[in-house]
Design a protein around this ligand. Structure first.
Ligand code: ZN
Length: 133
């Protein structure tokens, strides 16, 4: 298994417009895409930076997973996404090392196959693993 790069860093925010005034307007990052994904219960903005991007996530409903996360922990880092070359092999290797996984098998994400490592297995950080299509 090989970790290729940090694909994106996701930040959960109360209000996307307010967050864009910092990440886009003050920091000068450019929004490449902005969309509402009702099936994931988020409004999202994507701001590329070099070979990675920052994703801003605003929950639509307070009772969704990400809505509850925001209520419990407040705004801030939600997850880091690492791009891998072979997600199946990565999961098998992590499992063999005893890493606490949320997904033991890949599931479908927006850009390819994804799986999450539990924050308890990664010193408090939710890690998304992505194998792009
Ligand atoms: Zn992500």
């Amino acid at each position: 298994m090989t970790i290729k790069r940090i694909d994106h860093v996701a930040v959960v925010v109360e209000n996307l417009a307010a967050a864009l005034s910092v990440y886009r307007d003050a920091l000068g990052l450019v929004v490449s895409k902005q969309e509402t994904m009702p099936e994931q219960d988020v409004k999202m903005a994507f701001l590329p930076s070099g070979d990675s991007e920052i994703e801003l996530l605003e929950p639509i409903h307070p009772d969704s997973g990400i809505g509850r996360y925001l209520a419990r922990r407040g705004e801030g880092l939600h997850h880091i996404c690492l791009e891998v070359d072979d997600l199946q092999a990565t999961l098998a290797e992590l499992k063999a090392r005893g890493t606490q996984l949320i997904d033991e098998t890949p599931r479908r994400g927006a850009y390819g196959q994804v799986a999450f490592i539990h924050p308890k297995g990664a010193h408090g950080v939710l890690i998304e693993l992505l194998q792009r299509d």
